[in-house]
Each structure stands twice: as structure tokens, then as C-alpha cells.
Design a protein around this ligand. Sequence first.
Ligand SMILES: Cc1cc2nc3c(=O)[nH]c(=O)nc-3n(C[C@H](O)[C@H](O)[C@H](O)COP(=O)(O)OP(=O)(O)OC[C@H]3O[C@@H](n4cnc5c(N)ncnc54)[C@H](O)[C@@H]3O)c2cc1C
Length: 386
Amino acid sequence: MDIETDVLVVGGGVAGCSTAYYLAREGVEVVLIDRGDVNAEASGANAGSIHAQMYYHNFNTRSAEWIAAFAPVLPLLKLSNEVWRELAAELDSDIELVIAGGLMVAETTEQLRLLERKVAFENAQGTESTIISASELATLAPYISDRMIGAEFCPYEGKVNPLLATAAIASAAEKSGARIQRLTALEAWAPTSKGFEAHTSRGRILCRRAVIAAGGWCESVAALLGIRLPAWGRPVQLNATEPTQYRIDHLVYSAGEKLSFKQAMSGNLIVGGGWPATLDPATGVQIAEHAMIEANLWTALQVVPDLAHLRLIRTWTGMVNQTPDARPLIGPVPGFPGLYVNTFPGMGYTTGPCCGKLVAEAMCGKTPSFDMAIGAIERFADAEVS
Ligand SMILES: Cc1cc2nc3c(=O)[nH]c(=O)nc-3n(C[C@H](O)[C@H](O)[C@H](O)COP(=O)(O)OP(=O)(O)OC[C@H]3O[C@@H](n4cnc5c(N)ncnc54)[C@H](O)[C@@H]3O)c2cc1C
């Protein structure tokens, strides 16, 4: 393989596939490489929640400065939701997108007070979340435990099937002219007078421009160019029950403990919320932790007691991408003309299509439909060229 192209996208998760799709749609010549298969890491392992509200523990435990700096992420989440709706209409196949709203339920007065403060903060950023009473909650979501005394409702949260959605985006990118090279690992690259020369496990690629969209491996991909980019991965785990009759449209969280809960269209209940798994230091293999499964399912049972009659059929792990301040790294890489990064930590499935679109707009010389300043790499002093 010896390829010349305008743009090389490194990483075939939702970030890379979406970037390739929006670039190819504009007629840009794109080659996307992945060392494995498309959607084989975080994008294919995730829970498919479409988020718009802030995690309760960030709001509860982070400093006022941190929360203020995170504020511009909320309008980006809202826009991400709109981009998913547009995309669902554009793609050839059903991606099981349901936007019926998210419920963060409170069991104690203290939790409800926290949600009230969180709603006030979110409303100030343009997120139209509201507090609903216990009786409203019982009407809206009768499957929730009657021990819950109220909830935050965020109307534009929901769910999507990540196994269908990334595959559909990749296929749309290919139909628009992008080339996707699977089993092609980037092993080395260097700037040239015309762009970059990349050496992969399957040959050389010369490109004018490039996008680092390698999720939890952005740091190592950037390091190959001598760039320190603080974006790494950590293992988390997720659970699925056996299928049951489909009746839950909402995305459900708890204001007291890590929980994300939803029902897939297949009927399986997907229970997670960022519970940690571990990495075997010798092999790098991700290991699901039994104690975390129990704690996660116990939390879910407090909120949705009907879960008790269902069997857990599968627990799996994935490397969720991180940045030091939980804000994205999106935009041009200083000192490397034509090089962009696209990684959104934690909620990167929600924002994948939107951030792909923004990066593509910037690379096509358009004004991005959202100010990417919140993702500027320059905020990390050690992100400069070493
Ligand atoms: C268990 C779990 C649950 C989650 N739940 C949600 C959720 O409900 N909602 C939500 O919004 N987000 C969720 N997330 C986070 C979300 O999945 C990620 O933020 C998002 O998928 C990141 O997408 P990505 O394309 O940046 O990275 P990835 O999907 O990880 O893709 C990166 C790709 O880069 C490739 N790559 C790495 N190095 C190289 C190299 N040298 N050469 C070539 N290719 C390379 C990898 O093979 C990989 O395919 C969850 C994550 C996990 C793990």
C-alpha cells in the first residue's frame, strides 16, 4: 500500500468516522485508518446515551472555577443532539435514535436541592432542563421506584444504538468517497514540505493534512510526531440484562451514585455509568470487576426495582478517553499546519458526529457552527511541541 491523499484520519471510532463523513461530503479526498476494525474500541463498547445535562458528581464535587470553565460544553452537547437528529435522517439505515428525555432521579432532599442548583446552572447555559415532582415522575416514568422524591428532566437526552450508528456513519463516509483502511496501524509519521509522511503497518501514506481521532490513544499517536497531547484512556465497564418487553424510552440517571440506565430497542436493559474496570499491567487486557458489577446493579435496582427479575447476561469493558479537565481537545494543533485533533472525553459518543462536523467545517475553510475555542489545545502548557 502506497497512498497519497489530502486528509489522513487516524482512528475509526465515531470521532474519526464522522470527521471522514463530513469531509468526504464536501468533496475532500480522505483516507481513514484504524489499527483494528471500525468501531472496535470505545465507540463500539459504549452505552449509547445521548447526554445533555451535567453529571451530578461533577457539579457536586468540582470547584466553582472548574464548573465555570465547563459551562460552554453544555451548548455543545445541545448542538450534538441536533446533529444526531440530522444524521439519523440522512443515513441509509435505522440507528435506533430515540430522544425522549433524560431523568436524573433524587431519593433525598439533599439530592433534590443539588438538582435544583444544577438545573439553574444549566438553564443559564441554555439547557432547558426542569425539576419535576414525585407525582409527575410517577406519571412520566412509572417504572421508577416510588422512593424517588423528584427528578431533573432534560428533554433532549436520549439513546442511540452505537453498533448500528458508527457502522452507518462509516458506510456513508465510504459512499461519499472516503477510503477506510482497516487493520492499518500508524507506526511513525513526520512532517514534510507538503504535509505528512505516515508509515503504517500496511505501507506508506503521504497526506497534505491529518486528523488525530484516536480516542484513548491520541496521546500515543501525537507522541509519534513529538507532540505532547494529554488525552489517554481508562477502562470502564457496562452491563446488559436479558431482553424484556420494550417500555422504557428515557435515559435514566441517579443523583446519588454513578448510574446510566436505558432500554435498547432489542429489549435489553443497559446498565452503566462509568464504573471502573482494571487493566492487567502485564498484558494490557481489560478486566471487569465483580465488585463494580454488584455496586452498579445495586444502584440500578434502587431506581428501577423491576430489574430484580431479570438476569444479567453480559458485562464488558472499554477504554473511555480522558483529558485532564474533562473538556474536549478539538481543533488545529499549534506548530503543525494542517494537523487537527478531535477527541471529546467521557461523553464522546454524544458529541462524535457534532465534533466531526466542526473539524470538517474548519478544514474546509468554513466558520465552524460552534466556537471550538473550548477545545483549544493551547490551554495545556505541556501540549506544545516537545
Ligand atoms: C463502557 C463505555 C461506556 C460509554 N458510554 C457512553 C455513553 O453512553 N455516551 C457517550 O456519549 N459516551 C460514552 N462513552 C464514551 C465514548 O464511547 C467515547 O468518548 C467515544 O466513543 C470516543 O470515540 P473516539 O472515536 O474518539 O474513540 P474510539 O472509539 O476509542 O476510537 C479510536 C480508534 O483509534 C484507533 N487507533 C488507536 N491508535 C491507533 C493507531 N496507532 N493507528 C491506527 N488507529 C489507531 C483505535 O483502534 C480506535 O478504533 C463510553 C465509553 C465506554 C468505554
